[in-house]
Design a protein around this ligand. Structure first.
Ligand code: SF4
Ligand code: SF4
Length: 244
């Protein structure tokens, strides 16, 4: 699990070193795209984001969408605890109109989705079969088969102003450039292993929920599958008391 990081000092370090500007420069290397907006990709789950992208999203919400913070923290905390036991969990930023509520700061994985050819696209399967086996054996916790099997499909509805797919190696180069920015906060080894490329709710848990809340994840999942939300709701109450 990613070490806990002090949020405010990380934000300060990012500002001092112009990391948000550098992140934007990488984003702008991607072609502009349009799609049908069906939100299939957003319903698959919370996409992976580098830590600097998490900070960028946090800053954007703090500066522009403060009123939405309670809803975001609630949906993110629920996702963090329940993604493996509740198929209804989806990206916390997908709003009621099936639109992205943080579109201008969405992470690279969302921006680049649909830009690879079908041959180059790697399935979004989360490799849950082994984890499901372990959970069943060690905790008697069942991950529903539909969650284990659910894969992010390749999308053929993205239209790019570059007019063609991006080379896989080019995309990997951009990913590496964003990873370099995470080296301001974590070791190069961890970044190279994509250990800082995590869903937004995991970053939120690492910076806001605290280690005690993270340690209760298994217990909360188990309670939830037994129809009990008591512990989840108590942690949610604490999470909602967090202020910028
Ligand atoms: S990228 Fe594809 S799957 Fe995602 S919203 Fe657009 S059309 Fe739908
Ligand atoms: S961040 Fe936005 S675009 Fe990306 S999955 Fe979530 S709702 Fe969709």
């Amino acid at each position: 699990m990613l070490q806990q990081v002090e949020l405010y000092s990380a934000l300060g370090k990012a500002e001092q070193n112009n990391l948000f500007i550098k992140l934007q420069e990488v984003y702008e290397k991607l072609p502009k795209t349009t799609c049908t907006g069906c939100a299939t990709c957003c319903n698959w789950g919370s996409p992976p984001a580098f830590f600097i992208e998490y900070l960028n999203m946090y800053k954007h919400i703090r500066d522009n969408q403060k009123a939405e913070w309670p809803n975001i923290i609630k949906k993110s905390a629920e996702y963090f605890y329940l993604e493996l036991v509740d198929r209804q969990q989806k990206c916390p930023f997908l709003n009621e109109d099936n639109q992205c509520s943080i579109y201008h700061v969405r992470p690279f994985s969302c921006r680049s989705y649909g830009l690879l050819s079908k041959e180059d696209f790697e399935t979004g399967n989360r490799g849950l079969q082994q984890l499901a086996k372990k959970f069943k054996e060690e905790y008697d916790l069942v991950i529903p088969q539909e969650i284990i099997d659910y894969e992010l499909p390749w999308c053929d509805k993205v239209v790019s102003d570059a007019g063609k797919f991006i080379e896989k190696s080019t995309l990997a180069g951009y990913v590496a450039q964003i990873g370099t920015l995470d080296c301001y906060f974590f070791s190069q080894d961890l970044v190279d292993q994509e250990g800082t490329l995590l869903p937004y709710p995991v970053h939120l848990a690492n910076t806001i929920l605290g280690s005690g809340a993270r340690a209760r994840k298994m217990k909360i999942m188990k309670q939830y599958t037994e129809g009990n939300r008591e512990l989840l709701d108590s942690i949610m109450d604490k999470a909602l008391s967090f202020h910028f």
